[in-house]
Design a protein around this ligand. Structure first.
Ligand SMILES: Nc1ncnc2c1ncn2[C@@H]1O[C@H](COP(=O)(O)OP(=O)(O)OP(=O)(O)O)[C@@H](O)[C@H]1O
Ligand SMILES: [Mg+2]
Length: 358
């Protein structure tokens, strides 16, 4: 044995012992000449149990058949092959591998065997699948968002037309008739004017309500806490349900995207608690912890069934997406008969620097 032979051997050993992938060398008959430590670990065998053996002596038949076939393909074509394969590991879990097999040649260029490497890509496969699923979810959400916007516009148009349009018409008719009819006694005129003032007052409050439903200006002017106070009060009154609001610490002045997200998430959670939870009581709590601001919506209703989170409805998916879009997260916990808790976590880094305008 020459010095270089020994050095080659050491080099080969160092490589095979340290490479994180399954790797091997096989002769023309597909007999293993050398395998990496990761290979032995994955198969749960020792080197002596593998060296000199063929795939059908170490692998289950259906896998071995594929390996022998691809070995033959590489030997025959003299070309490198790359493919993805899946197989169950020793615990029965399905794993994905990316495998490359190449011909191994001697000095004269004759093919004397194959060299292979197989990399575990299970994680990558899972994140690819997740990415595809989350794209589909986003498309679904943005479609639904567009439809919701259209129907919201239609609703506002209807309200403007039916409520404000009609009261303005009524006011105009009154004014025209006052102008054209015979002069009336002062008391009669005063009575007509009082009626008109009443109609105008109602219109002003209608207008306020429509505008607030569109976008609670209070959110921009007074911040999240004040807006949530308004929200819990309005929803509580409409649903005849006590909704309490407690902030353990002052909420940071979040940027508009973050505070809008928090507001809409709490709004959806409250709507769900009223609509599905049949709750008797709802609490909204805010606190600061671990570099984040946490808002919890806790109801004592029938408890969300965890399987309904994937039922293709939009509320919960929309909450998650909104939270994610501002760097936050949502957790929804429910137990049958023991209520539901929706927890929003917003990183404090979404707060505005001190002294900046609200
Ligand atoms: N607080 C809750 N208590 C009990 N069940 C709930 C609660 N919140 C949600 N759920 C269940 O989870 C399902 C999904 O909620 P989600 O908000 O996604 O959809 P939705 O309210 O049915 O429809 P929308 O798209 O109008 O919000 C609901 O249909 C309901 O069965
Ligand atoms: Mg909902």
């Amino acid at each position: 044995m020459t010095v270089t032979d020994a050095a080659d051997r050491r080099l080969r050993r160092a490589l095979l012992e340290n490479i994180p992938d399954m790797a091997w060398l096989k002769d023309r008959d597909s007999r293993y000449l050398a395998v990496s430590a990761t290979y032995l670990e994955a198969l749960g065998v020792t080197e002596t149990e593998v060296i000199g053996k063929r795939p059908d002596e170490v692998w289950p038949p259906e896998v071995a058949e594929v390996y022998l076939r691809t070995d033959r393909g590489v030997l025959k074509s003299g070309k490198r092959r790359r493919y993805e394969e899946s197989r169950r590991d020793s615990s029965g879990e399905l794993r994905w591998y990316e495998t490359i097999k190449s011909p191994m040649r001697d000095d004269s260029g004759r093919i004397i065997g194959t060299v292979g490497i197989s990399r575990d890509i299970t994680r990558r496969k899972a994140s690819e699948a997740e990415l595809i699923a989350s794209r589909a979810e986003l498309r679904r959400l943005s479609g639904a968002e567009q439809r919701a916007r259209e129907s919201e516009r239609a609703r506002i148009a209807r309200e403007l037309h039916d409520e404000l349009g009609q009261t303005l018409t009524a006011i105009k008719m009154q004014l025209v008739s006052m102008k054209t009819r015979e002069p009336e006694p002062a008391e009669a005129v005063a009575a007509r004017l009082d009626k008109l003032i009443g109609i105008v007052d109602r219109s002003v409050s209608d207008l306020r309500r429509i505008a607030t439903e569109l976008r609670p200006l209070i959110l921009d002017e007074l911040g999240l806490r004040a807006a949530l106070e308004w929200l819990t009060q309005t929803v509580g009154e409409a649903a005849q349900l006590p909704i309490s609001l407690e902030f353990e610490a002052a909420a940071p002045a979040f940027d508009p995207d973050a505070s809008t997200a928090a507001f809409r998430i709490v709004q959806e959670a409250l709507t769900n608690a009223v609509r599905h939870g049949a709750a008797n009581r709802v609490q909204v709590r805010g606190r600061r912890r671990d570099g984040a601001f946490w808002v919890e919506v806790i109801d004592d209703g029938r408890g969300i069934d965890p399987s309904s989170t994937a039922s293709g409805r939009l509320g919960l998916a929309g909450m998650r997406e909104r939270a994610r879009s501002v760097g936050g997260t949502i957790e929804i916990l429910g137990a049958p008969g023991r209520g539901t808790t929706v927890t929003l976590r917003l990183p404090l880094s979404r707060g505005r620097p001190r002294g900046s305008r609200r």
